[in-house]
Design a protein. Sequence first.
Length: 228
Amino acid sequence: MTTVLLVDDEQNIIELARMYLEQEGYSILEAGDGVTALDMILGDEPDLVVLDLMLPELDGWEVCKQTRAKSDVPILMLTARDDDIDKIVGLELGADDYMTKPFNPRELVARIKAILRRVGGNARADETRETLTVGDIELDPGGREAVANNTTLDLRAKEFDLLHVLMENEGLALSREKLLSLAWGFDFYGQTRTVDVHVAHLRKKLADANSSVEIETVWGVGYKLNAS
């Protein structure tokens, strides 16, 4: 059974989300503060975490940061404010998606399903894919490993998926919406800033490896991968 950890200091939020998720067959864990949440993430190893930002003991940003140092568990962040900075910081720390409170519980369920589909679907499909090479980058979908200029890239799960999509479409300009559909596996609810954040991370890691492959910005469209 798929387990979702709900992290929020508002019990009514947890109860609302629990009701809808249990109806869909999910097993639910809950935590009311950041320290407890982090212990449960690393100890109980849930399949997905719904993480509020404003938490006692340890805030959601720090929980996400410490989680990403040790785990690729999908994280859906909740924020009580509709400020872009909250969303951007969360995405930069490795969150997979975000929602603004108050939220529609049916939309929460839909997003959780989409994230889990992507995580499970990519893993199964990747087992049959052969190594992909573009310029000095070699990507092994089955082993989830990428090497650029003989340097192994330390990629988070979403960075790997994004690089994979860009390599499969070398030289083609892809919109942010298209990249979200192909790499994240769902239609994104809201802004597409998450693509920009992950592209920035990928560019830095390719530059650190002195790779000749570049991710080019196509103004008014999105991005494309070029092997110079």
